[in-house]
Design a protein around this ligand. Sequence first.
Ligand code: 5GP
Ligand code: MG
Ligand code: MG
Length: 175
Amino acid sequence: MITIKDKTFVPFIPAKAIQERIQELATQINEEYADKQPLIVVVLNGAFLFAADLAKQLTISCEITFIRVASYEATESSGQVKQILGLNESIEGRDLIVIEDIVDTGLTLHQVCAQLREKGPASIAIATLLFKPSALKEKLDLQYVGFEIENRFVLGYGLDYDGLGRNTQDILVLK
Ligand code: 5GP
Ligand code: MG
Ligand code: MG
């Protein structure tokens, strides 16, 4: 159990289950990208531990790069727009694997993938550790999903509450 500010979080997905699932995802990626050299695009900050543990299980030749997604209010009417920061390499003709911590509404990855697509990659796949199907608002093809979970707020193993709590081996859930 962890308490951060006013919130209490209880155990949800233990470290061992996370690592076993990551090994399965890596095996799948190793098979499907055996004759490719993908560019792995890690969405910071939340995906940093998932990406690190996944990368250690990849036996394929690959590059790894890191992006951030900044949100800003474009206009009153269009709402939140997500902008990609930090992608310096050319992605034209590359096979991309985007690594996320969690897909909730799907809005972030929907916009990120649309911006990546404009730069002409050969393919885009998504690997997300967690997925809340019932919260999804945007259509997204998710090739690699660690765990489908119910629509509850989770913490740890990279995921934060107000900047805190990323540094745990287990995933916890709001009590
Ligand atoms: P989406 O755009 O899919 O709604 O949400 C994407 C981002 O919201 C995630 O990358 C993550 O940073 C944050 N998020 C969504 N659900 C949760 C959650 O249950 N816990 C935490 N800590 N962050 C979440
Ligand atoms: Mg994220
Ligand atoms: Mg966060």
